[in-house]
Design a protein around this ligand. Structure first.
Ligand code: NAD
Length: 425
């Protein structure tokens, strides 16, 4: 064991997941892996246990099992340890490599870093990954929501989210202004008076490892295309550079018949380009146009790789097209490690009422299974969720949008999915 745990027990019936090759994302998954789980704050208390039940059923129905290791953060962290993010929790997620968490409330007040951001940074989960696909029966604002089947890879560590910024009225912000104006010669575009300044770092290391992850995912999952989405026409040396480094990865690190870097894809139509059969095409698109195309030409997109801010906006917009927050799953990928988590937050108003929709957390678990190579369990989860929803048995958020649907509580809905898992296996 890498760590001593102060207040949580490592389940005796499970085995740790071992790393075979960190750079190649290769893990050795034992028969009954130990998987840390944080149920989460607010509705996490409802959706966490519900998801755990469904995921256990799917694992067992496909010849596996899971030794869950309950760990604590946020409110439960404060209850057990008097800390928001105890070392036991961070250590367990580090040591056991594959973990899942529910939403955590960011405490309001100066000096509180988002717990989610802290976890991602401490363990270097540098890619936020969201598969966005339509589930039969889910109400959507789109005419053809089933055309959406995309996976977004959002860079998770840099860009304007790096937190390098200065508040108006401080001595520091004035020093930075002075440096930019006087030493760097940018005075003409800065108005006089109070100012806030932030820095947007985009590194070769950060960009390339994100794009590499997206390309490797596309190759492993038989996807046709990786689209690098940026705003390089305006922010040439940050966003534009992300695109250039990304295309370099595609061009230099993979054989052409496996990965094809489409030349000049930002400005020219690719209709004429001769793409090797079966190769993953890597192209660039501008972020503003992309938000439009995602709605107008939904079926043309496959895997998307983006800097942090674009990824934030775009993945939420994509999620809305297929039915919104209650069903949108996600995961944070690092090297040979994954932390699955639903996209939604802790929705405090609905907390503890056994009414929230656990689908997003259940489907985040599906992504975790996929990462572990448990394809059969992953498929079973998706099929059982889809059958339950299309039979009209749903939680309140979907019920109010679906004529003739039956409203179930969180627990009942999860039990319904477990029954479907048993029927399907
Ligand atoms: P939220 O996602 O909690 O809620 C937004 C809306 O969606 C609410 O109307 C809510 O009722 C609804 N909703 C969300 N999930 C639902 C579900 N599973 N079933 C049914 N309805 C659902 O976003 P918010 O209100 O902006 O944030 C609340 C708290 O969550 C904040 O403290 C925020 O920091 C935190 N948060 C955490 C995460 C995370 O842990 N990854 C993500 C986002 C927000």
């Amino acid at each position: 064991m890498k760590y001593d745990y102060e207040k949580v027990e490592v389940p005796a019936e499970g085995q740790p997941i071992e790393v075979i090759d960190e750079d190649a994302d290769e893990l050795d998954i034992p028969e009954t892996p130990i998987v840390p789980i944080i149920h989460g704050d607010g509705i996490g208390k409802d959706v966490g246990p519900a998801a755990q039940k469904v995921l256990t059923a799917a694992a067992q129905a496909t010849g596996h099992d899971i030794a869950w290791m309950r760990v604590y953060a946020g409110e439960s962290g404060r209850e057990h340890y008097d800390e928001n993010l105890p070392d036991d929790t961070v250590n367990a997620i580090d040591e056991f490599r594959v973990a899942i968490k529910g939403p955590l409330t960011t405490p309001v007040g100066a000096g509180f870093r988002s717990l989610n951001v802290a976890l991602r940074q401490t363990l270097d989960f540098y890619a936020n990954v969201r598969p966005t696909y339509y589930l039969d029966g889910v109400p959507s604002p789109m005419k053809a929501p089933e055309e959406m089947d995309m996976v977004t890879f959002r860079e998770n560590t840099e860009d304007v989210y790096a937190g390098i910024e200065w508040e108006e009225g401080t001595e520091d912000v004035e020093r930075v202004r002075e440096f930019v104006e006087e030493e760097m010669g940018f005075d003409e575009t800065m108005h006089d008076g109070p100012i806030g300044i932030g820095i947007k770092p985009i590194t070769e290391f950060g960009s390339k490892r994100l794009v590499r992850k997206a390309i490797d995912y596309a190759l492993e999952h038989d996807r046709d295309k990786v689209t690098l989405v940026h705003k390089g026409n305006i922010m040439k040396f940050t966003e534009g550079q992300f695109g250039e480094w990304g295309m370099e990865v595609a061009d230099e690190e993979y054989p052409d018949d496996e990965v094809f870097a489409a030349p000049d894809s930002l400005w020219e139509t690719q209709d004429e380009v001769d793409i090797p059969e079966d190769a993953v095409m890597v192209e660039e698109r501008l972020a503003d146009a992309m938000l439009q195309w995602m709605q107008l030409r939904t079926d043309e997109f496959d895997v998307l790789a983006m800097p942090n801010l674009n990824g934030d906006y775009l993945s939420d917009a994509a999620g809305a097209q297929i039915g919104g927050l209650g069903i949108a799953p996600g995961a944070n990928f690092g090297d040979a490690r994954v932390l699955a988590e639903p996209v939604h937050g802790s929705a405090p108003k609905r907390a503890g009422q056994d009414m929230a929709n656990p689908t997003a957390m259940i489907l985040s678990g599906r992504l975790m299974f996929d990462y572990m190579g448990w394809d059969d369990a992953a498929d079973l989860v998706r099929d059982a969720v889809e059958e339950t929803i299309s039979s009209g048995k749903v939680t309140y958020d979907l019920e109010r949008q679906l004529e003739g649907a039956e409203k179930l509580g969180t627990t009942e809905y999860a039990e319904e999915i477990v029954t479907k898992i048993e029927d399907l296996s």
